[in-house]
Design a binder for this molecule. Structure first.
Ligand SMILES: [Zn+2]
Length: 392
C-alpha cells in the first residue's frame, strides 16, 4: 500500500493531465500500480485483500513435528490428522502448503535408487494368496512386543530359530515381503488387504503363537487404531529385558505416549537414547496426566496443544522460590543422572523430558480454554525461537 501523500500526488498529476505511464515514471512506481489507484481497483487506505492461507503456521508446525516423529508417515495420513484438527483446506491446498514450506517426511527426501526395493504396490508382481501347502512350524516361538514393526518381529523370530530373515520369508506368503518392502506397516494398501487375514494365520502357525496376540501387537495387521497419530521409537529396554530381549526393538507408539511409567524411562524418538527419569518423578506423573486428557480430547488435539505449549514455556522462573520446580533444575538433574549411563548431555531429549511437566500443564490449560484454537494462535505468536533451547 502506498503512503497517503503519494496517492494524493498520483491523483493531482492525473488531474493535471498526465497519463498513468508518465506518473509511474515520475514517481518510480509500476504503471499497473498507478492505474489500479486511478481506476479504483485499489482504494487508498485499504490493503489489497489476499486469500487467507489455510495452511497456517500451526498446521505447518504440527506437520513438521509429525514428520520428525514418524519418518515413514504418509502425507495422506497426515492430511486426515490435520483435517480432524480443523484444517479447512482441500487436499491440494494441503500438498501446496507442504511444498511451499519444504515439508516432507525424511524418508521421502532421498531419491530412490535402482536397488531400492520400494515400489508402487500396483507394480508389484501378483501376490500369492496361498501359504505353502505344507506350512512348517518353527521350534521356538517368539512373543511380539506392542507396536513392534513387522520386520523387527520377523527378524527376532528368525534369530531365535537360527535362521535368516530371507529363510523365514521364503516359507511365508509373499504378502510379508511386499509389506516389508513398503516400509510402512500402517499403510493398508487395498491390494494387500484381502490377503491380510490369511497372512496373519500363516505367521501365527509358523511362530506357534495366536492370531490374537499378533494382531493386537503388530500394527502391520491393521487391527490397531489406524487413525491415531503415532511416532517411531524403540521399546523400553527394561520391559524388553524382562522378556529376555537385549536388542533395541523398533516400535510405533501413540504420539502422546512419551514415557514407560512402569520403569520411569523417557522413550525418545527413534535413534535417540532413552533417559532414566527416576530422579524426577514429576515427569512420570505428567504422563499420567496426559493420558487422562485423552478422555476428553482426541490424540491430535493433545499433540497440537503439547506442541504449542512446549514452545511457550518460560525459560526462567519468575521467582527464585520456583527454581526447584523449574525445568532447568530438572534438566540439570537428568543430565547428571543419565551421564553416568554414558548418554551425552547435549541431546535435545533432555530438554523435552525436563519441560514435559510444564508442557502438559500448559497443554491442559490450552485445551480447557473456551476458544482453544485462538489460544494456540496466541501462544504461537508469543513463542520464542525454539533454537534458544540449544544455547544451553
Ligand atoms: Zn518399561
Amino acid at each position: 500500500m502506498l503512503p497517503r501523500d503519494r496517492i494524493e500526488k498520483i491523483f493531482a498529476l492525473s488531474t493535471a493531465g498526465l497519463s498513468a505511464r508518465a506518473i509511474a515514471k515520475q514517481l518510480g512506481h509500476a504503471p499497473q500500480t498507478i492505474s489500479d489507484y486511478l481506476n479504483g481497483r485499489k482504494t487508498p487506505g485499504l490493503r489489497a485483500v489476499s486469500r487467507p492461507d489455510l495452511f497456517t503456521d500451526i498446521f505447518a508446525g504440527y506437520c513438521r513435528q509429525r514428520f520428525a516423529e514418524d519418518p515413514h508417515l504418509r502425507p495422506s495420513a497426515l492430511f486426515d490428522e490435520i483435517t480432524e484438527l480443523g484444517f479447512k483446506g482441500s487436499r491440494s491446498t494441503f500438498y501446496r502448503g507442504l511444498t511451499r514450506r519444504l515439508l516432507s517426511p525424511p524418508d521421502h527426501r532421498q531419491p530412490r535408487t535402482q536397488e531400492d526395493p520400494r515400489q508402487d504396490p500396483f507394480e508389484m508382481p501378483r501376490l500369492s494368496m496361498h501359504a505353502p501347502r505344507h506350512a512348517p512350524v518353527l521350534p521356538r516361538s517368539v512373543a511380539p512386543i506392542t507396536g513392534e514393526t513387522l520386520i523387527s518381529y520377523l527378524t527376532r523370530l528368525a534369530q531365535a530359530n537360527h535362521l535368516t530373515l530371507t529363510e523365514v520369508l521364503t516359507v511365508l506368503p509373499s504378502w510379508f515381503s511386499t509389506k516389508i518392502n513398503n516400509h510402512d506397516d500402517r499403510a493398508q494398501h487395498h491390494t494387500l488387504i484381502p490377503a491380510t487375514t490369511q497372512a496373519l494365520h500363516a505367521l501365527a502357525h509358523l511362530a506357534r503363537t495366536t492370531t490374537t496376540s499378533l494382531a493386537r501387537a503388530l500394527p502391520a495387521f491393521g487391527t490397531t487404531d489406524a487413525h491415531s497419530p503415532v511416532r517411531a521409537t524403540t521399546a523400553c529396554r527394561r520391559c524388553t529385558a524382562r522378556r529376555g530381549i537385549h536388542q533395541p526393538v523398533p516400535i510405533h507408539l501413540p504420539t502422546h505416549h512419551k514415557i514407560c511409567t512402569r520403569h520411569g524411562i523417557w522413550l525418545s524418538d527413534a535413534d535417540h537414547p532413552h533417559l532414566d527419569l527416576a530422579a524426577c518423578p514429576e515427569i512420570i506423573t505428567a504422563q499420567h496426566r496426559a493420558n487422562r486428557l485423552l478422555r476428553r480430547y482426541t490424540p491430535q488435539q493433545l499433540t497440537l496443544a503439547h506442541q504449542a505449549a512446549a514452545r511457550a514455556i518460560p525459560s526462567w522462573p519468575t521467582s527464585p522460590a520456583a527454581i526447584p520446580l523449574h525445568w532447568r533444575h530438572r534438566l540439570l538433574i537428568l543430565q547428571t543422572t543419565n551421564h553416568r549411563n554414558n548418554i551425552p548431555t547435549d541431546q535435545d531429549d533432555y530438554m523435552h523430558a525436563a519441560t514435559y511437566p510444564d508442557a502438559i500443564t500448559l497443554a491442559a490449560a490450552i485445551l480447557h480454554a473456551p476458544n482453544s484454537h485462538a489460544t494456540q494462535q496466541d501462544l504461537l505468536a508469543k513463542s520464542p525461537c525454539p533454537s534458544r533451547y540449544r544455547q544451553l
